[in-house]
Write a protein that binds this ligand. Structure first.
Ligand code: AMP
Length: 419
């Protein structure tokens, strides 16, 4: 059986070697739009993206589609880019064996069952606001995505608005994806229509190996479906809970990838604002994937005041209800570094929320007595500064001796490749 790992290594390699400039943001699009919904890539574009980036079952036997890359180009690109993307020393990529389907696991019938028991049709403005579909079949007859386009596999998890399943496209080449369901009526009840649309608009335009890809989306009467990159190793939070904390090497490599992903996001004027272990997934090679753009905001030149994010990761300016900018993500990176190394966030006070606020506002940063005053703990100190402008720039994070010490030899960060 072809391992998912082997296939994903090829995708990761393709992501790097494609070196496509990131698409313009939703707000800057001049594409024809549906009422209230900015940029919508055409179906053809979604198919192209899938062809380029998602995991085919059998890349040595490409589909008849003229959009598909040749098998040799797949293999060649893998070999070239492997050294740049892998966390380990460069090594030769193993081609994916032929005629080997990837096991997507057993479907539990949950989508149909849930659809009967959960959610209602939505009408009026909410219905048009949530009629989210990345297909635009206007001048060209293009293939529309719907639930029947996929073989459904094992459940991957449950989110607030619905389940996530591992799926495979029925048409060749059979891509592996994560399909996320969102119940429209629950979105309306929670009054987050705009937030969900924003999350989708932001994520569909991002292309970085450490940012979870959104390939396309469609909807039916009750639900919205997101076609997401499959993160084979699941939630980082589970790993952290299992191990308590991470080794220096593992922490440094995650922080390196995070700094690169955040630096990419900020270059696109996207502030994530909700960086925490629960919102990070892991690819099959253990590479980090920033997910969950529910709180992110696309704010070119904009300073914002909305209080958001998770308590332990909130920066002083949010606690103090001041304006904030992209430096909130630098603060969260400091909290994340501390939590990876020590096992709990630095300002946590399980007995009192007010105390946590107080500790954040006064940057009451303490290290356990057992902690050696070494290199690794200097990084949270540089990032956890009260004044946003005093926090270490992300380019400097990636040059910090502790990060450089653990970076795999010969590895080039995506930002250095101009991504
Ligand atoms: P969410 O609704 O995004 O919070 O997702 C619920 C759960 O489904 C997550 O906690 C993950 O365990 C899983 N999940 C979500 N997206 C993916 C993905 N792209 N790949 C793998 N697992 C996922």
């Amino acid at each position: 059986m072809a391992t998912i790992g082997a296939v994903t290594r090829q995708i990761a390699a393709l992501e790097i070697s494609a070196k496509k400039p990131a698409a313009t943001t939703a707000s800057s699009s001049s594409n024809p739009v549906r009422p209230g919904h900015s940029k919508q890539p055409s179906q053809e574009k979604v198919t192209k993206l899938l062809t380029k980036f998602a995991a085919p079952v059998n890349p040595n036997h490409p589909p008849s589609s003229k959009l598909a890359p040749s098998s040799s180009s797949l293999r060649n690109q893998t070999n070239q880019a492997q050294a740049h993307t892998s966390n380990e020393a460069p090594k030769k990529a193993s081609p994916v064996p032929t005629h080997q389907p990837i096991d997507i696991g057993r479907y539990d019938g949950g989508l149909e069952k849930e659809n009967e028991e959960r959610g209602e049709k939505v009408y009026g403005d909410a219905a048009s606001e949530l009629a989210l579909d990345s297909s635009v079949a206007r001048r060209y007859p293009t293939r529309e995505w719907n639930l029947h386009s996929f073989d459904i596999g094992r459940p991957l998890g449950k989110g607030k608005f619905g389940r996530v399943y591992m799926v495979r496209t029925k048409s060749e080449p059979k891509y592996i994806l994560a399909l996320k369901t969102l119940y429209k009526s629950e979105i309306v009840q929670s009054r987050v229509e705009k937030q969900i649309r924003r999350e989708i608009e932001i994520q569909q335009n991002l292309r970085h190996p450490n940012v979870l890809r959104l390939y396309g989306y469609f909807h039916d009467e009750k639900r919205i479906f997101l076609m997401l990159e499959f993160a084979g190793k699941g939630e980082l939070y589970k790993q952290l809970s299992k191990h308590g904390s991470f080794s220096e090497k593992r922490s440094a490599r995650y922080i390196d990838q995070m700094a690169d992903a955040l630096s990419y996001l900020h270059s696109k004027h996207v502030i994530h604002r909700d960086i925490k272990p629960e919102n990070l997934l892991l690819g099959i090679n253990g590479e980090l994937k920033v997910a969950d753009f529910g709180w992110s905001v696309h704010a070119p030149g904009n300073r914002r005041k909305t209080m958001c994010g998770t308590l332990d990761y909130l920066p002083p300016e949010m606690v103090e209800q001041k304006e904030h900018n992209e430096r909130v993500d630098h603060w969260a990176l400091g909290v994340l570094t501390y939590e990876f190394l020590i096992g709990n966030p630095p300002f946590e006070d399980r007995d009192s929320v007010n105390n946590t606020y107080r500790r954040i506002a006064s940057v009451d940063l303490r290290f356990p007595i057992t902690c050696r005053p070494t290199l690794e703990i200097s990084l949270p100190g540089y990032l956890l500064k009260h004044e946003p402008q005093d926090r270490l720039p992300l380019s400097e994070v990636m040059k910090h001796p502790w990060i450089v010490k653990y970076r795999p030899k010969g590895q080039i960060r995506p930002s250095q490749l101009g991504m």
